[in-house]
Design a protein around this ligand. Structure first.
Ligand SMILES: [Fe+2]
Length: 440
């Protein structure tokens, strides 16, 4: 546990332009009073049903911790991942960590977030000094977008994550990153709330989120139909389940490079809208001006560009090495459930790209210093040299695909045919019979 002194707290507050007295959570009574005022609003796109309002306020008033929003008609079962927000249990240091993060984000977002995101932040001015209380936040989000919060205890499986999205629930954690931390691999409230909430107000982004949920439903409906057809064949059922989850991995990449780490052209400039970027002040600056990463222009309505997203592997342990820049927000609407599903199906059987490379046909805005050549991963694998997990995974997947034979019809759907893998590498690989599970 961090061991900060009062002097540290004062330094953190001073560095971020506020006073420690600003970090004062509201009492339960005051929170309920605000909730009552907010819930009675009728000048909103989704006014709250008076019957639901009474029960909602009663639950908040009784001190019952918030679990999952119940202001709409949908519900979602989170199983073992269900959590609750015990608002009174947050420590002063956790509230201070939130206040510091939001203060730092404000500065970088103002400079680098796109206009639509900044408008969303105005609509959802989240509390600056203290961690938001979920009864009030959930109600405000519902009133503006019909989305609600579902509280979870950790990163949840992709399948459940997209199930929530299909019903307009957004899974949020209750944990706050340690004071003074800029970037975390795992999501916390700083990511889920300070990063994501404003994006719900950008209808193109909210729709893409829901479309991913609907793509999940298509994949699982097809899986279940096929399971019925194989009538209890355990091996076949296991294979069908694995394939469905594999498809979700590719759909997840489209989500990753748009909703989480997407950039967009605005008035001739590259700007951020991805929540993963904007929840990290450091990555916000890096994503636009950093020299390390590639930036590539994308038209999401073009099938070949969509495949570029679905076939790009990535890592979560550090800042991204390639960002995709959407030509404009309107094009995002073209990411319908069917197109997400089709791209995921094709991507599964096509070679992947690593997060560091630039490939034939890319419309390059910036070449980063972290770029590697397309063939480097194969040579490094053969030489037994160290490389990151993304390069290893990609090399092994591709070598297996080429060994087993690739459909030329599928390959032709890339913008340009991928480069041939050097024959010395394929010969070496085929002799060594590496599988996708082999260690580096
Ligand atoms: Fe996220």
């Amino acid at each position: 546990m961090p061991n900060h002194t009062q002097a540290d707290y004062e330094r953190f507050a001073q560095e971020n332009g506020f006073q420690l007295c600003d970090v004062t959570p509201l009492s339960l009574e005051e929170r309920v009073r605000r909730l009552e005022t907010e819930l009675s609003r009728t000048d909103v796109p989704y006014p709250i049903d008076p019957h639901k309002r009474e029960a909602y306020i009663a639950a908040a008033k009784s001190g019952l911790p918030f679990r999952t929003g119940n202001l709409g008609t949908e519900s979602v079962a989170l199983g073992d991942y269900e959590c609750q927000q015990h608002y009174e249990n947050y420590t002063f240091e956790e509230h201070l960590s939130w206040a510091c993060l939001v203060a730092q984000q404000e500065k970088t977002k103002e400079k680098f977030a796109c206009k639509e995101y900044q408008n969303g932040e105005k609509l959802f001015e989240i509390s600056r000094g203290v961690i938001p209380e979920f009864y009030l936040l959930n109600a405000r989000i519902y009133q503006q977008t019909a989305w609600q919060l579902a509280t979870v205890n950790e990163i949840i499986p992709t399948e459940l994550f997209f199930t929530c999205h299909s019903k307009r629930f957004f899974p949020v954690t209750t944990f706050m990153r340690p004071l003074g931390t800029d970037y975390l691999e795992e999501p916390d409230i700083g990511h889920d709330v300070a990063g994501h909430v404003a994006t719900f107000t950008i209808s193109a982004v909210a729709n893409v989120m829901k479309y991913h949920g609907e793509a999940r439903n298509l994949i699982y409906a097809d899986r279940d139909k096929q399971i019925e057809a194989v009538q209890g064949d355990a091996e076949a059922i296991q294979q069908l389940k694995a394939t469905a989850d594999e498809l979700l991995k590719y759909a997840g990449r489209i989500y990753w490079f748009t909703v989480e780490f997407g950039l967009v052209m605005e008035d001739g400039k590259v700007r951020d809208f991805g929540a993963g970027i904007l929840s990290s002040p450091g990555e916000t600056v890096y994503s636009i001006g950093g020299s390390e990463s590639n930036r590539i222009l994308i038209d999401p309505s073009c099938d070949q560009d969509l495949l570029r997203l679905a076939n790009t592997d990535y890592m979560i342990s550090e800042f991204q090495k390639t960002y995709f820049v959407m030509e404009n927000f309107d094009l995002l609407e073209s990411l319908t459930p069917d197109r997400i599903l089709n791209a995921s199906k094709k991507a599964m059987d096509l070679p992947d790209f690593t997060w560091r490379e630039i490939v034939p046909g890319d419309r390059v805005i910036d070449v980063g210093t972290a770029m590697t050549s397309v063939n480097e991963k194969y040579h490094r694998l053969m030489a037994g040299q160290e490389m990151d997990e993304c390069l290893t995974r990609t090399a092994i997947k591709n070598l297996n695909l080429y060994r087993d034979g690739l459909s030329s019809e599928l390959l032709s759907q890339f913008r340009q045919m991928p480069e041939e893998i050097p024959s010395e590498v394929t010969n070496w690989f085929n002799e060594n019979q590496k599988t996708s599970d082999s260690p580096n």
